[in-house]
Design a protein around this ligand. Structure first.
Ligand code: NAP
Ligand code: G4F
Length: 328
């Protein structure tokens, strides 16, 4: 039975990846931080077969203890402070967790496998946010990185550290450059879930206004369930490498709004939406669109869920969830 250790187990991707690996017959271990993490119960309920270990990416010794307990064949480093807007307000913490945390995890794996550094396969959750002020359209593995946020800068550090550990120590360390991926499990601070929740509440008469930032930003959005499959495929390759994982399509935040409102039969959506500078960013990533052809070719990976299906899936889920919460 193969064994996997996942950091960021309480997050969107941690849950989907756990389900995928359990289905494939893995023994799955998850790292959870804090002395009384409020998401502990939710993880227990959602993936009861996952073994939970206490640890934090900023604490190297906790990572070494986790490796000793889990004895993994594969490590998926998904833990991060992942909300871009928050990263300006907490730039140093973001650097410590999202940037230096990767180095801590790589170093823990290296020290744990001194006999054979390629014994554990390592996945780093890199991000299209690294492309920032894009230098090429579409973005591919070789596109020059130009991050626009403390989060993006921290991810660039983690990305190059992963490559450096592969080249310096012969570790099987791969970096997945994933474009935005969403789901009904997406945190409500991210734009897609903020919209799907608000649209559901407006349809149910529970909310009358949605306050937004920049509606012109464009993203390459996919479904998280499809994207965790790509993480696993990367670690099954004979050689470690870096891959762009994307849908190859781009849509604006406005397109997402139009589609979500249309799903509940509201065409005159502009009457419900107000923009506020509070939600604008000091430096914006205007447009992302990925070229996933290397992943198609070498991993045989293709996403199943398209943009319209993703929006419907999220709005339908929130209609049910919000109706339940309102006792309807
Ligand atoms: P998420 O839902 O925000 O989950 C982040 C996870 O990191 C949570 O489990 C969180 O735990 C954990 N974490 C935060 N601080 C930590 C620390 N100090 N030590 C250990 N764990 C810590 O993010 P996601 O959407 O699942 O994304 C997973 C990874 O992919 C992240 O690294 C993200 O940056 C990256 N990524 C995401 C996307 C996307 O579109 N979703 C795209 C590209 C890359 P708590 O619950 O305790 O806070
Ligand atoms: O949903 P977002 O907060 O995601 P963002 O910044 O693209 O980051 C996500 O994707 C990255 C991959 O590229 C990940 F690495 C990262 O961890 C995270 O998962 O914002 C998307 C866009 C931005 O341009 C933002 O300015 O939506 C715009 N936006 C407009 N109004 C808003 C809002 N974003 C949020 N969160 N809230 C708004 O009210």
């Amino acid at each position: 039975m193969p064994r996997a250790l996942i950091t960021g187990i309480t997050g969107q991707d941690g849950l989907y990846l756990s389900e995928l690996l359990l289905q494939k017959g893995y023994e799955v271990w998850g790292l959870i931080r804090g002395q009384n993490n409020p998401k502990h119960e939710m993880v227990r309920r959602t993936v009861p077969d996952v073994h939970l270990l206490a640890g934090d990416l900023t604490d190297l010794s906790s990572l070494m203890r986790a490796l000793t307990a889990a004895q993994p064949d594969e490590v998926y480093n998904l833990g991060a402070i992942s909300y871009v807007a928050y990263s300006w307000e907490n730039a140093m913490l973001t650097t410590d967790v999202t940037g230096k945390g990767v180095l801590n995890m790589l170093e823990a794996v290296r020290l744990h496998t001194l006999d054979d550094p390629s014994r554990i396969r390592f996945y780093q959750a890199s991000s299209s946010e690294m492309f920032g002020k894009v230098q090429e359209v579409p973005q591919r593995e070789s596109t020059l990185l130009w991050p626009r946020s403390p989060y993006g800068v921290a991810k660039v550090f983690g990305h190059y550290m992963t490559i450096n550990y592969r080249e310096s120590y012969g570790m099987h360390a791969s970096s997945g450059i994933l474009f935005n991926h969403e789901s009904p499990r997406r945190g409500p601070e991210f734009v897609t879930r903020k919209i799907s929740q608000a649209v559901a509440r407006i349809r149910l008469g529970l909310q009358h206004e949605l306050v937004m930032g920049n509606l012109d930003a464009k993203r390459d959005w996919g479904f998280a369930g499809d994207y965790v499959e790509a993480m696993w495929l990367m670690l099954q390759q004979p050689e470690a490498d870096d891959y762009v994982i994307a849908s190859g399509e781009t849509h604006s935040v406005r397109d997402f709004l139009v589609s979500a409102f249309a799903h509940v039969g509201i065409e005159d959506w502009e009457g419900y939406v107000r923009q506020d500078p509070r939600f604008m960013r000091p430096a914006e990533v205007d447009m992302l669109i990925g070229d996933p052809s290397k992943a198609h070719r070498e991993l045989g990976w293709k996403p199943e869920v398209n943009f319209e299906t993703l929006v419907s899936m999220m709005v339908e889920n929130d209609l049910r969830e919000q109706a339940d919460l309102a006792g309807r």
